[in-house]
Design a binder for this molecule. Structure first.
Ligand code: SF4
Length: 296
């Protein structure tokens, strides 16, 4: 019997801007203009409506999920909550990926009122390791884990329905770390462990043995840990860049291929240009798929 179609996930990278500089970051797009679509409320509304119209009937039993990613989406703090509310009103299920640096308890509580899932990218607990990866802002600040744990606890109390996912990219500075205490403290429903791709830079690359050593060290967390090596990425990841274009990994080369702007061509025509192979390639661990997992 054919299996039911999976929920469609549309990853909209609303911005390339980020307050961190991770050495493995994939959030770099070619930009013929600097105008991010999220800055234009009418265009944002039109984009979401267009996407929903095209994908609502192709998402199995559940509504399509709009996953807001970056860059760091919280750099658009004032626009973010209205965007999540709008997406839900249109009919999407909504999730978001953040590097957590700008989250405090009131903001997290407000956001989780709208989200079915929040993904946080957390690579290390020690400030010196975070700094080596590039998870440090221009003032030299790394993530305040106590503040984050308190914010998560408050948001859970206010809104029990949302789930927390953690993403960790295993790379040269952190492969020897033990993140067990940090993961247990935040108690995610899923902890995705990914391997840094040597696409942007080889400086943070780890060997097979180093990646496996990290995974083995955390076996006690296997009930929540999901390990994704280069070849394992599954699912239908559809990617939209900050200018409102579908994009996909360029096969065999660095960089991405882009559709025409969705608002000019229409979602169906734009997706037809890039969509089928976007799905095909996203079934593997490509930079495009990885960007949706770890950026921010
Ligand atoms: S990986 Fe995420 S947190 Fe790191 S620089 Fe890129 S967008 Fe920012």
């Amino acid at each position: 019997m054919p299996s039911a179609p999976a929920q469609t996930v549309l990853n909209w990278h609303v911005t390339e801007a980020c307050n961190y500089r991770c050495g493995y970051c994939y959030a770099h797009w070619e930009r013929p203009s600097k105008t991010e679509l999220i800055r234009d409320a009418a265009a944002t509304r039109a984009l979401l409506a267009e996407l929903y119209m095209h994908f609502a009937g192709r998402s199995g039993a559940r509504p399509p999920r709009l996953n807001i990613a970056g860059g760091e989406p919280l750099l658009h703090q004032g626009r973010l909550l209205p965007l999540l509310k709008l997406a839900r009103a249109i009919g999407f299920e909504v999730s978001m990926i953040s590097n957590a640096s700008l989250l405090d308890a009131p903001m997290l509580t407000a956001l989780t009122g709208e989200l079915s899932m929040l993904g946080l990218s957390l690579d290390a607990a020690r400030p010196e390791v975070l700094a080596q990866i590039g998870r440090v802002d221009r003032h030299g600040r790394t993530l305040d884990l106590d503040r984050l744990a308190e914010a998560v606890a408050q948001a859970r109390q206010a809104h029990p329905h949302w789930t927390l996912k953690l993403n960790t990219v295993v790379c040269a500075p952190n492969w020897q770390d033990d993140l067990g205490d940090l993961v247990r403290r935040l108690a995610p429903s899923r902890w995705k462990v990914l391997r840094a791709l040597p696409v942007v830079s080889q400086a943070l690359e780890v060997s097979d043995a180093q990646f496996q050593a990290f995974v083995e060290r955390h076996r006690a967390l296997s009930s929540v840990m999901v390990v994704e090596d280069h070849a394992d990425m599954q699912g239908s990841y559809i990617m939209i860049d900050p200018l409102g274009r579908f994009f996909q990994n360029r096969p065999g080369a660095f960089g991405y291929d882009y559709s025409p702007p969705i608002l000019e061509a229409g979602a169906g025509a734009a997706f037809a240009q890039i969509g089928w192979s976007a799905l095909k390639f996203a079934r593997r661990y490509t930079p495009a798929a990885a960007a949706a997992e770890v950026c921010a």
